[in-house]
Design a protein around this ligand. Structure first.
Ligand code: PLP
Length: 390
């Protein structure tokens, strides 16, 4: 079968491939600690599951409007208005099966062939994949370890050309766990306004903050009318498998993005939307409890990794990932990750899975129990000691 040329430009998300490899090893009898996949290990809170099953038992089994059920759009608008302190109404909101489709649809809807898109690198791999897929030009915005894995704003300013159509930001960041400062956000906002650039603000980890308050780029003048906020329920409410997320966008984008929903998945399952409504309306205690537990685990993994010769690890301020530098071991990050899985029994991702500037780093997710994290740390230490080349 000869595939369309564009398929050669579509990348992937390595986490899913490593998960398959790790599962295969497990099927062969090997014990593997999973620190590769980015999802909370908690179950969805019971009140949300109940709302979903109640909806299924009460007729929410049909097609619905492509942009989402009106009640959910309204409730999301209220929530976003409060958490970002901006005016938002239901007709700014498009509900999708996961937050990821917002990436897909926004880039499809906004980026023309030859348009340049500035995106974080290391960063979520789907940004670069989608920019290339639509024929855009990916322009990496390096996140520097020396700047706590944030961008150099002057460097971003230098990358802007008349062809720059979009800037993507992701704070808190996957894979680095970094959080942009208010000053950095303001500087990017100023550039976007000055050069008339659309911003895709991936705020999926907004609740996973270990210090400080959440800041959105939409707080700056001129930004709500040029920003697409990507958010969802997967991480905040441990609902990864339900597939529900949303975009909040300027009104002129709502119809085109909804049309992309109609053309692809038609709509998001109604019962899942009812469960999401309960997520927003019900107690937030379990969701916040999860963040407290992640903070405890972060402290364990950061301390443990920094105690291993050849590895240094910054303290992430948000999300649930650490991005340690392993160059001191003398191994390449690719080799380290591959062999750590095969020989050491710990699944992790090589930093280059997040772009060229990820080379030399590994990403571990700490969305696993403290006990498993400690087990993994023991294995990483043994592996690193036995294989250190420096
Ligand atoms: N954005 C980032 C940075 C992510 O890490 C993820 C998931 O890993 C998503 C968006 C998409 O999440 P979902 O489609 O499950 O809502």
């Amino acid at each position: 079968m000869k595939l369309a040329t564009r398929m050669g430009r579509l990348g992937t998300e390595t986490a899913f491939e490593v998960l398959v490899k790790a599962r295969k090893l497990e099927a062969e009898g090997k014990d593997v600690v999973h620190l590769e996949i980015g999802e909370p290990d908690f179950d969805t809170p019971a009140n949300i599951i109940e709302a979903g099953t109640h909806a299924l038992n009460n007729g929410f089994t049909h097609y619905g409007p492509s942009a989402g059920l009106p009640d959910l759009r309204k409730r999301i608008a209220e929530d976003v208005a409060v958490t970002r302190d901006i005016p938002v109404t239901a007709d700014n909101v498009v509900v999708t099966p996961g937050g990821k489709p917002i990436m897909f649809f926004s880039i499809l809807a906004v980026v023309d062939e030859g348009d340049e898109v500035i995106y974080p690198n290391p960063g979520f791999p789907i940004y670069e994949s989608m920019i290339k897929f639509v024929g855009g030009v990916p322009v990496p915005m390096q996140l520097h370890e020396s700047k706590d894995f944030n961008m150099d704003v002057d460097d971003v300013a230098r990358k802007i050309t008349p062809k720059t159509k979009m800037i993507i930001i992701n704070s808190p960041n996957n894979p680095c766990g970094s959080v942009m400062t208010r000053e950095q956000m303001k500087a990017i906002a100023d550039l976007a306004v000055k050069h008339d650039i659309v911003v895709l603000a991936d705020e999926i980890y907004k609740r996973f903050l270990f210090e400080g308050e959440f800041e959105s780029i939409t707080q700056f003048p001129g930004m709500p009318e040029r920003t697409i906020i990507l958010d969802g329920f997967s991480k905040t409410y441990a609902m990864t498998g339900w597939r529900i997320g949303y975009g909040v966008m300027p009104k002129p984008l709502v119809e085109p993005i909804s049309r992309l929903v109609t053309n692809s998945v038609s709509c998001t399952p109604a019962a899942v939307q009812m469960a999401a409504l309960e997520a927003l309306n019900g107690s937030q205690e379990e969701a916040y409890g999860m963040v407290r537990e992640f903070k405890r685990r972060r402290d364990i993994i950061v301390k443990g990794l920094n105690a291993i010769p050849g590895i240094t690890c910054k303290n992430p301020k948000g999300a649930f990932y650490v991005f340690p530098n392993v160059t001191g071991t003398g191994m390449t990050s690719r080799d380290f990750a591959d062999r750590l899985l095969q020989e050491g029994g710990v699944a992790a991702l090589a930093g280059e899975a997040f772009g060229q500037y990820g080379k030399g780093y590994l990403r571990f997710s700490f969305a696993n129990s403290a006990e498993n994290i400690k087990k993994a740390l023991g294995r990483i230490e043994t592996f690193a000691k036995n294989n250190r080349k420096k």
